[in-house]
Structure formats: structure tokens, C-alpha cells
Design a protein around this ligand. Structure first.
Ligand code: GLA
Length: 414
């Protein structure tokens, strides 16, 4: 090459390099305009997973009505791989557990109109000590794309020395360059405040350590803790400004049907919907009781969770026994959830004419003096009067009253 061509040549090469970096420096947009819904193997089965379980779960999601209710992603959590990579560094599925291989399982999931999710880890090893993606991000992303993976839950064990944002960006870019749209779920437990940087990296980020099937307890395992429903709820207050369409706070997967009482399951589910949380069921669908199913597929409650505005609810009254949350919804509606945190039933009354709900974040407020709202009791599935009458209720221990308020249109409002 002649000397006077070298500078322009190098210049155009660097432009090309910069462009190619930019092309792959993003997440897949608009994959999670409402909080993702699905099922994940971890909460019930941990490492006790296999192909039959996944196939049965897929069948149950369809047969139970969960698919119709919106559950979409079937996510295989930790322990699906062998404990070493192949000689070229590719990840190997455990064919004893999954004899047909993961591509065939993905095909089965897709054939039912559902989507396929998998788990990996930003560290060298996963939390259950299987190979993580550190140093193999692009290789793994290509492998997932070849299997038909639609959702990646990306964990944070064994990440000593790694910068969290950087590590998640590396995997984001690897997924993007592999070309198959993947919902990217950051499972970093909130240690490095992923709500501050996660929106450009993934579609949801864990805000806490692992959930446990207990309504009001924290279990200390020494180096880490697991958290019940109420302690997780209480950690979400300051985070609502970070959540929204395509970038969700994730207070962890559901424990509905995993041993709490029906009241507690109902409260847990309602609260997650008030928070605009991802709804990832974690129970054994084969053994699901009618009570559990009714909770998981209540379409009116799910509609609160999936409200297109994507505004997280907030606490309006907070005392040790009774807590009241409100959440602004489309068309001027509101969701209201009255939670009894105590161990005995509580009487509750709410005089609308004396209350004024105002949300600085969404700039929404109620005008109970000027607008009458219809009340729908979302768990009873019935009309509950209007805001013209004082609301009176008795709420069992660890249960909720959940209402949807819809303005009654008057000529004055048109
Ligand atoms: C971490 C995650 C859990 C689960 C396990 C698997 O603890 O937070 O949700 O994925 O790893 O090992």
C-alpha cells in the first residue's frame, strides 16, 4: 500500500471498528414491555431437574390455563450442564438429565407457543458449582442462540474481582451479537445497585437476595440470607422510580403453592402485582392445588401487574398491622391493596371523602370529592360499591383486600 493511503485506510478501519462496537453495544429493545411471566425450576426443584419435569411443566402450563393467563417463559435454572466444558470450551448439557438435548426441549416449548429460558452465571462457576460463563460469554451466547433460547437468567456467584455492570454488559453484548432476541434477567441480588445501571443492560434485575417460602422471616445461612415476602416487600419502597416498561425491578420469583397458607400466597401474589414485578411461578405444577391455581391465574389481578403504564405501586398507609398500597393504572384507574401484616384479623375502614392520594412520580392524584370511582373486589371477582360509601372490611391475618378503582365517567369529565 502506498504511503499516502495508509492514514485514510487506518482512519476508515477505526471508524468500522467503532461502528461494529456500537452495533453490538445494546440490549434487545422492547422484549419486556410488561413484566415477564413464566415458570422457573429453582424454587421447588433446585438441582433435581430433568427433561420429563420440563416437558410435564410445559403441558401443565397449557392445561391449567396458565398459558392463557399470560405465563410464557419456561426457565431451566441452575444444574442443567455438566460440571466441565468440552475441549473447545463449549458448554455441555447434562444428557443424563436431558437425554434429547436442550434444542429438542426448546423445540417442544416453542411448539406449544411458549418461550425457553436458561440460567448461567457471570462468574467462573454457578452458585450450584457448574461452569459459569466468565470468559466464555460470546461462545455461550452463540450456543444459546443455536438452541433457541429466549430468556437468560444470569447469576452472580463466584465473581470475585469482577465489576458488575461491566460483566453484565459483556453478556448483553454477546447476546446481541449472537442475533437471537433474548430477555436478559440480571440476577445480581441488588449488591451493586443494578437499578441504577440495569435499564440499558437488561430487562429485569433482582433487587434482593433469594426469596424463601415464608411470609415474614429472614433466614441467615451464614454467608448469605434468604428473605420472606414481607422483608422483600419492605426493600422495594425506594426503588419504584427505576422500574418501567422493558426494565423491571425483580423482587424474585413466586413462592405461591410452595407451603405458605392460602392467605399468604394470595397476599404475596397481590403485592408482587402491586409492585409491577415479573411473575415467575416456582411451584410444582403437577401437584398444584385448586387454591394455588386460582391465585396464579386470576386475570384481574394479573391485569394490575401487566398494566401497560408499568408504574410501581407505593405505600400510602404503613403501620405494623395494616398497610395500604396504591398503584396508578391506565385510563385513570387505580389498584389498591390493603395488607394485614399482623397475626390476627384486622378491621379496616377507609373514608374516601377524607383521603387524597397523590403520586409525585407519576403526577397522578385522586379527587374523591369530585370523581366517584367504582370499586371492584379483585379476589372476590365482584362489584364492591363506590367511593361514595366508607369502605369497611375485616381482613384475615396475612391476607389482603385488593380493589380496582375505575372513575365513573360523567358528563363533567368528558
Ligand atoms: C442464586 C439465585 C437463585 C438460583 C440459584 C441457583 O442463588 O439467586 O435464584 O438461580 O442461584 O444456583
Amino acid at each position: 500500500m502506498k504511503k499516502n493511503y495508509i492514514v485514510p485506510f487506518l482512519f476508515s478501519m477505526s471508524i468500522l471498528l467503532l461502528l461494529s462496537i456500537n452495533i453490538y453495544s445494546q440490549k434487545f429493545e422492547k422484549l419486556a414491555l410488561t413484566p415477564p411471566m413464566g415458570w422457573n425450576s429453582w424454587n421447588t426443584f433446585a438441582c433435581d431437574i430433568n427433561e420429563q419435569l420440563i416437558r410435564n411443566t410445559v403441558d401443565e402450563i397449557v392445561a391449567s390455563g396458565m398459558k392463557d393467563a399470560g405465563y410464557e417463559y419456561i426457565v431451566i435454572d441452575d444444574c442443567w450442564q455438566l460440571d466441565h466444558r468440552d475441549s473447545l470450551g463449549f458448554i455441555i448439557p447434562d444428557l443424563e438429565r436431558f437425554p434429547s438435548g436442550l434444542k429438542a426441549i426448546a423445540d417442544y416449548i416453542h411448539s406449544k407457543g411458549l418461550k425457553f429460558g436458561i440460567h448461567s452465571c457471570a462468574g467462573s462457576r454457578s452458585c450450584a458449582d457448574f461452569p459459569g460463563s466468565r470468559g466464555h460469554e460470546y461462545q455461550d451466547a452463540i450456543t444459546y442462540a443455536s438452541w433457541g433460547v429466549d430468556y437468560l437468567k444470569y447469576d452472580w456467584c463466584n465473581t470475585e474481582g469482577l465489576n458488575a455492570e461491566g460483566a453484565y454488559i459483556t453478556m448483553r453484548d454477546a447476546l446481541y451479537s449472537a442475533g437471537r432476541p433474548v430477555v436478559f434477567s440480571l440476577c445480581e441480588w441488588g449488591n451493586n445497585k443494578p437499578w441504577e445501571w440495569g435499564a440499558k443492560v437488561g430487562h429485569l434485575w433482582r433487587t434482593t437476595g433469594d426469596i424463601i417460602n415464608c411470609f415474614d422471616c429472614v433466614v441467615d445461612h451464614g454467608t448469605w440470607k434468604s428473605w420472606g415476602v414481607l422483608p422483600i416487600l419492605d426493600k422495594q419502597d425506594e426503588l419504584r422510580k427505576y422500574t418501567g416498561p422493558d426494565h423491571w425491578n425483580d423482587p424474585d420469583m413466586l413462592e405461591v403453592g410452595n407451603g405458605m397458607t392460602v392467605s399468604e400466597d394470595r397476599a404475596h401474589f397481590s403485592l408482587w402485582c402491586m409492585l409491577a414485578a415479573p411473575l415467575i411461578a416456582g411451584n410444582d405444577l403437577d401437584k398444584m392445588s385448586e387454591d394455588t391455581k386460582e391465585i396464579l391465574i386470576n386475570k384481574e389481578v394479573i391485569a394490575v401487574d401487566q398494566d401497560p403504564l408499568g408504574i410501581q405501586g407505593f405505600k400510602f398507609i404503613s403501620n405494623p398491622e395494616i398497610e395500604v398500597m396504591f398503584r396508578p393504572l391506565v385510563k385513570g384507574d387505580w389498584a389498591m391493596c390493603v395488607l394485614n401484616r399482623s397475626r390476627s384479623s384486622q378491621k379496616f375502614s377507609f373514608d374516601w371523602s377524607r383521603e387524597h392520594i397523590s403520586d409525585d412520580l407519576s403526577k397522578r392524584k385522586t379527587q374523591f370529592d369530585e370523581i366517584t370511582y367504582n370499586l371492584e373486589n379483585l379476589w372476590m371477582g365482584k362489584d364492591a360499591g363506590t367511593t361514595q360509601q366508607i369502605l369497611k372490611a375485616e381482613i384475615p391475618s396475612h391476607d389482603v383486600l385488593m380493589l380496582r378503582l375505575s372513575p365513573i365517567r360523567t358528563d363533567k369529565m368528558k
